[in-house]
Ligand binder design. Structure first.
Ligand code: UD1
Length: 351
């Protein structure tokens, strides 16, 4: 019998890529999503890619009764992967209560429903933002966490602390937090990828939208950081590599292979690339020039973030293997395919 996994936020960017990897590894997936920043069409795309349409429940996880009802229906699930969250950093600074309300109330309802139904495994979608401005690099899981500068980031840090407390109060509940560095790229089918609503906050979609003519030019936020070329360094990781790590985390939880009831893993490549490295890679793989301008620093940006990857390698048997050029090309292929599809829809031809 296939093991059932509940995936909250499974229609979103990282969620949908993870659902595909789960289905391809023979899991029975139930997606819970309120479609607040995604579309039900993702289910059709998952069907096209995998031949399986996951079970879907349109539930707002802030609604405690509805959350408990859907969990009761799927109480035979072996684990939950909790992606559902708002994620726009700038919006969270302007409207912190919306972020704390959404990201933390939904987490609390999911954890309560999970415990009520004796589902033992929980995987949390966390972020390297919990490290704040690290004092040592590469960042290991032992680095102290710091208060992130945004309510979004802080909601991830508080969520990890809530999970830790819940684990300590329970005998049979296990959790893994996965701290993502900078996910980019898209599924090789070109059928799913990142679709930021409105103006992108993140570098990669801003680059691809600029090249696609949707944005006029990329603003590079500062070139006076203490790095090799003055622009900040990040650890960009392909979303499919990231998705595969979730499948390994699910296996580790279900097979009770954990060293401790609550484990934390960094998910990055271990390689740091500057903003100019990413631009140069984009210009190389597309053989074109990108319109960009150096402007003021963006408040809250840290100079350098890249992961120590040994723990995930040793314990999950996972490592990311795509190069920067491959990741950048993957993002560009998705942008182009998506735009082409949109324009053929507008001109009336079928997708
Ligand atoms: C951001 C969030 C982080 C979140 C992650 C994934 C902040 C401070 N951090 O990480 O909490 O988990 O996204 O969603 O917002 N850049 C430009 N021009 C742009 C956009 C970005 O120069 O238009 C630069 C940034 O200054 C940064 C790098 O590109 O140096 C990466 O930025 P971004 O993609 O937004 O990711 P992070 O800021 O690392």
């Amino acid at each position: 019998m296939q093991n059932k996994i509940i995936v909250t936020g499974g229609c979103g960017y990282i969620g949908s890529h993870t659902v595909i990897e789960l289905i391809e590894n023979n899991y029975n997936v139930v997606i819970i999503d309120d479609l607040s920043n995604s579309s039900e069409e993702t289910l059709e795309r998952i069907l096209k890619i995998t031949g399986t349409k996951p079970t879907f429940a349109n539930v707002d996880l802030k609604d405690e009764m509805a959350t408990k009802a859907v969990f009761k229906k799927h109480k035979d699930a072996k684990a939950i992967i909790n992606f559902a969250a708002h994620k726009a950093v700038g919006e969270s600074v302007k409207n912190p209560l919306m972020y704390y309300n959404n990201n933390l109330c939904s987490l609390i309802n999911v954890l309560s429903a999970q415990i009520e139904n004796n589902i033992e495994g929980f995987i949390f979608s966390s972020s390297a933002t919990v490290y704040g401005t690290p004092e040592t690099l590469p960042i290991t899981e032992k680095n102290e966490t710091q208060r992130p500068s945004s309510a979004y980031g802080n909601s991830k840090k508080i969520a990890e602390e809530i999970i830790d407390d819940v684990i300590k109060a329970s005998n049979n509940f296990q959790a893994i937090s996965l701290r993502y560095f900078n996910p980019i790229g898209a599924h090789e089918s070109g059928l799913i990828g990142e679709l930021p609503s409105g103006i992108p906050n993140n570098l990669m979609p801003y680059i691809t939208q600029t090249a696609a003519g949707i944005r006029e030019k990329l603003m590079v936020f500062g070139n006076d950081y203490p790095t090799k070329d003055g622009t900040p360094i990040r650890d960009y990781i392909h979303v499919v590599d990231l998705a595969k790590a979730h499948v390994l985390a699910v296996k580790r939880i279900i097979n009770k292979e954990q060293d401790m009831p609550y484990e934390i893993f960094n998910l990055g490549t271990g390689n740091g690339f500057s903003v100019l490295d990413v631009i140069n890679s984009f210009e190389k793989v597309t053989n074109s020039k990108l319109n960009y301008e150096i402007v003021e620093r963006r408040p809250g940006d840290v100079p350098q973030l890249y992961a120590a990857t040994n723990l995930a390698k040793e314990k999950l048997g996972w490592s990311a293997n795509k190069t920067l050029d491959e990741m950048v090309k993957s993002s560009w292929d998705w942008e182009q395919k998506y735009r082409k599809e949109q324009s053929s829809k507008e001109s009336g031809s079928a997708f």
